[in-house]
Design a protein around this ligand. Structure first.
Ligand SMILES: [Zn+2]
Length: 274
């Protein structure tokens, strides 16, 4: 059973809804650490001969086209994370479409390939953005990977496993964030803060159980989670915890998962190759 391995390719300061660093006009003033951090991720993937989907921020692609070509040349899938890392529910349909179209243009002009996958910044697809999947499909996106079946972060009745949605522009796949039942809620555990918090045996046993049910799971990482020396942004306490807590645990846990499980890019897991 192949699971989906995904990398949201952004820099350490790409955090939504924070005064200063969420504003693209300020981005030039931050140190770029994305190349060296992505190299760490690529080195790890090379060691375990594993290919992933990289959801690339259009802004990064426009500034670091060589990095995108290097990722592609190692056999990874290049998809989009939007251009300016803006949350969908803060945009109109038109603004969202413009942002994604701009990212698709810059990425496909570098890779010379169609961009067929999208992930929203901060999993920001919601019921209040019912147009989002149609807008993506209209732009040629074949799958989205932005839904979280969780109250607060997404919507509780979003799907648990890959499925197809119908839009007025055609069908689109959804590969939601993997969660597990926990009492009456669903719990994320396969990336970000939850992966850093839960013991490794808990994470691997949950993933194994999903695979035993013949279902693929999805793991996600950010290059900045491999950067122990990154400058710390002044965030409110709860968000500071979410962003930085136990960040040193990420590389070891990801390496364990690469050793114990089988992974592939989303397009391969969904059978969308060629
Ligand atoms: Zn992001």
């Amino acid at each position: 059973m192949k699971n989906a391995l995904t990398v949201d390719l952004e820099d350490w300061y790409h955090i939504c809804d924070v005064e200063g660093c969420s504003d693209p006009r300020n981005w030039d003033s931050y140190e770029s650490r994305v190349i060296r951090n992505t190299e760490k991720v690529l080195t790890l993937l090379r060691r375990y001969k594993t290919k992933a989907t990289f959801f690339v921020l259009g802004y990064i692609a426009s500034r670091e086209p060589e990095l995108i070509l290097e990722i592609k040349s190692e056999g990874h899938e290049i998809a989009t994370h939007g251009f300016y890392h803006r949350r969908i529910f803060e945009l109109t349909d038109q603004e969202f479409g413009d942002d994604v179209a701009r990212s698709v243009d810059v990425i496909s002009s570098i890779t010379n390939e169609r961009v067929i996958g999208f992930r929203a910044p901060e999993w920001s697809i919601r019921k209040v953005t019912p147009w989002a999947l149609g807008t993506l499909r209209k732009l040629g996106i074949i799958y989205d990977s932005s839904m979280v079946p969780l109250t607060g972060m997404g919507e509780r009745d979003f799907p648990f496993y890959p499925c197809i949605f119908n839009t007025e522009y055609g069908e689109i796949w959804e590969f939601p964030l993997t969660t597990t039942r926990f009492f009456r809620e669903n719990l994320p555990f396969s990336g970000g803060l939850p992966l850093r918090m839960f013991p490794y045996f808990y994470v691997i046993s949950k993933l194994n159980r999903i695979n035993r049910e013949k279902r693929p799971a999805m793991v996600y990482i950010h290059p900045w989670e491999f950067d122990m020396e990154q400058p710390e942004i002044d965030l409110p306490l709860s968000r500071k915890f979410m962003h930085y807590f136990n960040i040193k645990a990420t590389p070891g846990k990801i390496e364990g998962l690469l050793r114990h499980l089988s992974f592939a890019p989303i397009r391969e897991v969904l059978g969308l190759n060629g």
